[in-house]
Design a protein around this ligand. Structure first.
Ligand code: HEC
Ligand code: HEC
Length: 441
């Protein structure tokens, strides 16, 4: 990837900040090695006074004791002014998210190169292929309809969507993203930018003025932007967001031995004829030796079953279609419907809910989904009133052509033997358990 354009906002900001640091106005780093701005971002991350309810901070949903993932047993959180408005999607872990590339549409064969993750810029985009809804429709149609898009096959020339934050990639940077929960009516629920800016000034006016100049406090938009920047810096700088301290990392460094089940699981995870998981959840160090992030950041329609535990799903007309909406607004084309971003599997074994809609609460069920979706659909999807299996029941029929049926193990048909036995799925679970950070020999 190449960089384009002149200095950006964050570039100027970084220079200004460097000046202040040199001038001794801003302390360069605190005892933890965080910059002063990141330290401020940490305070904000844990501060419920930035929410309308006064009860909800970022950490409320992104539990630092659980790799910044959801609290146990929560499918969707409830927020809003009265803490009673349910969300629509499961809470992702924030670990490793600063290494997400910005959203783009580009050639599939650029992916492996891009997976040598150019880390996300905190506050700017740097990609080679600017995204626009017009490119999305033509290019994603190609990606989804051509069997050659299969990850095991020749992929030259196919265009795919990848990167960005949220399950639908709709935020380009951690700075853009932070505004989302602060303003969302079912999360921290600040009614608008002026309300949010007032809350930020009340708690952080002094340090923000010191770091960025008092004039930013007179401008609501700039006040919010700088607070979001501080939140992004915290997530980028604090090592607790990207510790690379799992047993698998130790194993890659030659400092741990996998058990037999873990080693079998890894082989099945890699094997194109078995799990083929590594085709999307990359598990090898990149060409520069950086440890793998267990995602290629690409979007796929897996058609996980509908989850009745999400209150919005009580309305049969409601569908979360990921890339094409309703939360994302700029890519409404039919070819984008049902596609969600491939998440990292680091720390996945500590989650209690899996996939964007929390369709599964057990990791082994999430793994078996891949083997059984088309071979044993009756074990995955519910039956309708007339007794027929309602396959792909969370995706309206007109979008089912988008479903990934080309990448193994999702390329099998009804009655074929599942690609994984239950015991093999169990071995993959054992392997996934080696991806939990904080491992001690
Ligand atoms: C009410 C619970 C809740 C609160 C509070 C909350 N989040 Fe989130 N967060 C979520 C959910 C749910 C998603 C996924 C939403 C989606 O994909 O549309 C998410 C997604 C994210 C992502 C993108 C992760 C990814 O996998 O791409 C980041 C980064 C993030 N949140 C940071 C924050 C920050 C910073 C705050 C505080 C300003 C915050 N969150 C507050 C629930 C919450
Ligand atoms: C074709 C690409 C692809 C392949 C192959 C693939 N995955 Fe995934 N994986 C995804 C996508 C996309 C999602 C998110 C889908 C969604 O939420 O709708 C996902 C989600 C998951 C999740 C849920 C993670 C979370 O944070 O909720 C688990 C667990 C998982 N995959 C494990 C596996 C395993 C194990 C295999 C191999 C048997 C595998 N995946 C193969 C693309 C893939």
């Amino acid at each position: 990837m190449t960089r384009r354009g002149g200095p950006t906002l964050s570039g100027r900001r970084a220079v200004a900040l460097a000046g202040l640091i040199l001038a001794g106005v801003v302390p360069a780093a605190d005892a933890d090695g965080l910059s002063a701005v990141a330290t401020l971002g940490r305070q904000m991350f844990f501060d419920p006074s930035l929410s309308a309810s006064g009860a909800m901070s970022c950490a409320f949903c992104h539990d630092p004791a659980n790799h910044y993932g959801p609290q146990a047993g929560v499918v969707v959180e409830q927020g809003g002014p009265g803490m009673d408005r349910p969300g629509f999607r499961t809470v992702p872990s924030l670990a490793y998210k600063s290494l997400t590339p910005p959203f783009s549409i580009g050639p599939e064969n650029a992916t492996s190169e891009a997976a040598e993750a150019l880390p996300m810029q905190i506050a700017e985009t740097t990609d080679t292929v600017p995204f626009s809804p017009a490119t999305a429709i033509t290019k994603l149609v190609i990606a989804n309809r051509a069997p050659a898009a299969a990850k095991s096959g020749d992929t030259s020339g196919n265009m795919v969507a990848r990167g960005g934050l949220f399950w639908d990639g709709r935020a380009q940077t951690l700075q853009d993203q932070a505004e989302g929960p602060l303003l969302s009516p079912f999360e921290m629920a600040n009614a608008d930018i002026p309300t949010l800016a007032a809350r930020i000034r009340a708690a952080y006016g002094k340090p923000l003025g010191r770091f960025f100049g008092d004039q930013i406090l007179k401008d609501d938009r700039m006040t919010v932007d700088e607070a979001a920047y501080a939140l992004a810096r915290f997530q980028t700088e604090d090592p607790s967001f990207h510790p690379f301290s799992s047993k698998y990392d130790a194993w890659l460094a030659g400092k741990a031995t996998l058990t037999e089940a873990e080693a079998r699981g890894r082989a099945l995870f890699d094997d194109p004829k078995k799990g083929n998981c590594a085709a999307c959840h990359l598990d090898r160090p990149d060409a520069t030796g950086k440890p793998p992030l267990f995602t290629d950041f690409e979007f796929e329609a897996l058609a996980v079953p509908r989850n009745p535990a999400i209150p919005a799903n009580a309305d049969p007309a409601y569908h979360d279609l990921g890339l094409c909406g309703p939360l994302r607004k700029d890519a409404p084309q039919a070819a984008n419907c049902g596609l969600f971003k491939t998440p990292t599997l680091r720390n996945v074994a500590t989650r209690g809910v899996f996939f964007h809609n929390g369709a599964y609460t057990k990791l082994s069920d999430a793994v078996e989904f891949y083997a059984l979706r088309d071979t044993r659909p009756a074990r995955i999807y519910p039956r309708g009133p007339d007794g027929t299996v309602e396959a792909y029941n969370d995706l309206p029929p007109q979008y089912r052509g988008n479903i990934d049926r080309t990448d193994a193990p999702l390329n099998r048909r009804a009655g074929d033997p599942p690609a994984l036995t239950e015991a093999e799925a169990g071995d993959i679970v054992a392997f996934l358990n080696t991806l939990t950070d904080g491992w001690h020999p």
